[in-house]
Design a protein around this ligand. Structure first.
Ligand code: ATR
Length: 273
């Protein structure tokens, strides 16, 4: 089975390590490779995948949105989001999906129960593509209380209205002032990523004890956002779970196999150290 991930740049992708492990464990003969694809090459690369008999591929920065016109079908949830991270090729037809939001939700379910998620006061930081996918998945799952905060607060307000969440769109400063009232705070911004590891989008020392801080960043494994939340007595969830789960959901679409996510989270955590 031929699989790949395309992006620009792609050389630091951890996806080949993960998927090649799963292929081996599932006893599927195949290979998952990382292919550097520039925006100009994107259309031709999709055709090449079809010609060469690939079963599918993942799509990452900067192609998640621009790939849509080159695909034959788009899953309704991915269409709504306007972003695709997984493509399945069947009978020469490419269908686009997005497993990112659901991947986050599956990771969150390792820390909180279904009913916790339904009733928790949830704050999502950021209003970009990642935030959209995560809010969509949380809402589809039945989360009732979601607020959104963003550096550019107008974007948070627009997203809050589009997704019809209960809370209003906030700026980061006013979100920080209210941080103590949230049970789950999710960072979907790029703040805290290597190399700016000392930054955080809001000061999580203001979180309440026992609340959960979740970051989608996994490099570094423990961001300042998570470390500070922990020292305030909150729990933390790093981005490895979401990364592994978005991959597992893609792997299942290609192979119909459900790969071992717990084992992979441990293995990836070691690999990232
Ligand atoms: P993604 O697809 O990963 O969500 P994106 O769509 O570019 O990427 O969104 C990036 C998010 O990180 C945005 O919410 C952005 O805030 P703005 O809408 O105000 O740009 C947020 N972000 C990026 N850098 C930031 C910074 N230095 N401080 C605060 N927020 C930041």
């Amino acid at each position: 089975m031929k699989l790949a991930v395309i992006g620009h740049p792609i050389r630091h992708s951890k996806s080949p390590f993960m998927h090649n492990n799963w292929l081996k464990e599932s006893g599927i003969e195949g290979h998952y490779e990382a292919i550097e694809v520039s925006p100009e090459q994107l259309k031709d690369q999709v055709e090449r995948f079809k010609e060469l008999g690939y079963k599918g591929f993942n799509v990452t920065i900067p192609h998640k949105e621009t790939i849509i016109p080159f695909l034959d079908e788009i899953d309704p949830a991915a269409k709504l989001l306007g972003a695709v991270n997984t493509v399945v090729i069947e009978d020469g037809k490419c269908t686009g999906y997005n497993t990112d939001g659901r991947g986050f939700l599956m990771s969150l379910l390792t820390k909180r129960s279904e009913s916790d998620i339904h009733h928790a006061q949830i704050l999502v930081l950021g209003a970009g593509g990642a935030a959209k996918g995560i809010i969509g998945a949380l809402k589809a799952f039945g989360a009732e209380r979601i607020s959104i905060a963003n550096r550019t607060s107008a974007k948070a307000a627009t997203l809050a209205e589009q997704q019809q969440v209960s809370g209003e769109g906030l700026d980061l400063k006013s979100a920080e002032k209210q941080l103590h009232r949230f049970d789950i705070v999710i960072n979907t911004t790029s703040v805290g990523m290597v190399p700016d590891v000392l930054q955080m989008p809001v000061d999580t020392s203001l979180m309440k004890k026992g609340a959960l801080a979740a970051d989608i960043i996994y490099n570094p494994l423990s961001t300042q956002f998570l470390k500070t939340a922990e020292s305030a007595g909150a729990e933390s969830l790093n981005g490895i779970g979401m990364f592994v789960w978005q991959g597992a959901l893609a792997f299942e679409k290609w192979t119909t196999e459900k790969p071992d996510t717990n084992y992979m989270i441990k293995k990836m955590t070691e690999y990232m150290k």
